[in-house]
Every structure is written in structure tokens, then in C-alpha cells.
Design a protein around this ligand. Structure first.
Ligand SMILES: [Zn+2]
Length: 242
């Protein structure tokens, strides 16, 4: 979340456009489509850019997040539904899987070391959990004082959590997943917010390994290429446990 070492790829020269470059697919996991039929989903909702969503997945349920228009970052937090203090741990997840990106087969671990959800289908290939969620503070540091009042994911997380009323508070907003967001890690260890590798209709599916609370901010960021400078809606589908 500090952002101090992140070179936001705002202007052309520093941006490694993520769509067609030869090296872009490096670190991309295999792409596997789902056989699940949207007609059988028990939840089918569209989340506009800048809006939030919160819901519980019973163990065995599957959540699909669809990047309807492409190049959209979907900031997401996970919690054990029965113990919100046992939340998603980015550092444990990356250490245990031995790689810096999330993709097919990634097990998203809680602080207790056991998975909350696993990625069981993916047509994007790479998802970020290093770049953090945008905030008013980080926007000011990166993009200038004039961005202070622009909407940011941490606002959406907090607003959605408080409106839900289930006991989450600001202190529960820790390191998150950015589905579809492209944050390449260079050989010298630098991070960059780059143009996306997703495209219209690509999706990721998450299997709940236990009863899991999911909190989403569909990112409104306009100051870096993570949303292609044009935040767009996503679609959520949930299937019950088989
Ligand atoms: Zn954001």
C-alpha cells in the first residue's frame, strides 16, 4: 500500500503496454474455461465501475467475475465468514505458491494458512495481489493534490462494508487481490501499473474452500492504465455447491 516504489505507468514511455508485447504473456498461467452454465447461477449481478459488492459464499460455491468490457481492475478482499479477523493473506499466498502472480490453481490463503478460495477457471491468465487498492492518499502521492477528491477503492470497500453492517471496519481492509490487473514485476524487483492483459468477456472463477465473505470494489481509478483510463462494469455470477 505504500506505493513509494511503484512507478505508475501514466505516460507513454514508461508504460509497457500489456496487450501485444512479446514478453507480456510471461508469467501467465494456463487458460481454462468453465463448464458452468450461467442459467444455473443463483446470483447474477452487474457491478458498475466505482461501486462495491459484498456477499457470502458457502463452502463449495463458485463465484465468477466477468470483465465485461476488458481492462478492468476488480479489487477484492476475502474473509472467513465465521471469523472476519481470519482474512486473506497476500504474503502467505505468494510464499506458499512460489510465484508473484495469481492464476489458475492459485489457493488464496487466510492468515491461518488454509485456503479461503481457489482459482478453478480463468480466461485472463494473470491477476495481481501486490499493487494494493487505490486510496485518496495514494492518489495524492502518485498523481497530485488535485486527485484527492477522486473516488478510490478504499472508499468503496469501507462504504460497502459499513452499509452491509456485518461488523467489518476500516481495520479489516488489508492487502487485497486485483483481479485482471496487470502489475508486472521486473527483474530488478520494480512494480509497475501497466496496461491490462484482460479483454472483454474474460473471467475468473473462484471455488469457496470454506464459508467465505467476499468484498469487492470495482475500481474507479482514472489516473493509471489499470482500467484503460475508462473504468467499466463487471458481472458476478454465483453457483451453489454441487
Ligand atoms: Zn482502485
Amino acid at each position: 500500500m505504500s506505493g513509494a516504489g511503484i512507478r505508475a505507468g501514466v505516460s507513454g514511455a514508461g508504460v509497457r503496454a500489456g496487450v501485444s508485447g512479446a514478453g507480456v504473456r510471461a508469467g501467465v498461467s494456463p487458460l481454462v474455461e468453465s463448464e458452468r452454465d450461467p442459467a444455473g447461477a443463483i446470483v447474477a449481478e452487474e457491478v458498475p465501475a466505482g461501486e462495491g459488492w459484498i456477499g457470502e459464499l458457502a463452502a463449495g460455491a463458485v463465484l465468477r467475475i466477468v470483465d465485461l468490457c476488458g481492462n478492468q481492475a476488480v479489487d477484492t478482499l476475502f474473509f472467513d465468514a465465521h471469523d472476519h479477523s481470519n482474512r486473506y493473506s497476500a504474503v502467505d499466498t505468494l510464499r506458499e505458491q512460489g510465484s508473484a502472480y495469481l492464476g489458475l490453481g492459485s489457493r488464496l490463503l487466510a492468515l491461518d494458512g488454509e485456503p479461503l478460495v481457489s482459482i478453478v477457471a480463468d480466461t485472463c491468465g494473470r491477476h495481481d495481489t501486490l499493487g494494493g487498492a487505490c486510496s485518496q492518499e495514494s492518489n495524492v502521492v502518485r498523481y497530485g493534490a488535485h486527485t484527492r477528491h477522486m473516488h478510490a477503492c478504499r472508499n468503496t470497500f469501507l462504504l460497502t462494508a459499513l452499509q452491509w453492517g456485518g461488523g467489518l471496519s476500516k481495520r479489516d481492509l488489508s492487502a487485497n487481490v486485483n483481479f485482471f490487473m496487470n502489475v508486472p514485476l521486473s527483474s530488478d524487483g520494480a512494480l509497475e501499473f501497466a496496461d491490462g492483459i484482460s479483454a472483454p468477456g474474460r473471467y475468473v472463477e473462484l471455488l469457496a474452500e470454506r464459508d467465505t465473505l467476499v468484498l469487492i470494489s470495482n475500481c474507479p481509478q482514472l489516473n493509471n492504465p489499470c482500467n484503460g483510463y475508462d473504468p467499466t462494469p463487471v458481472r458476478l455470477l454465483v453457483w451453489p455447491a454441487r
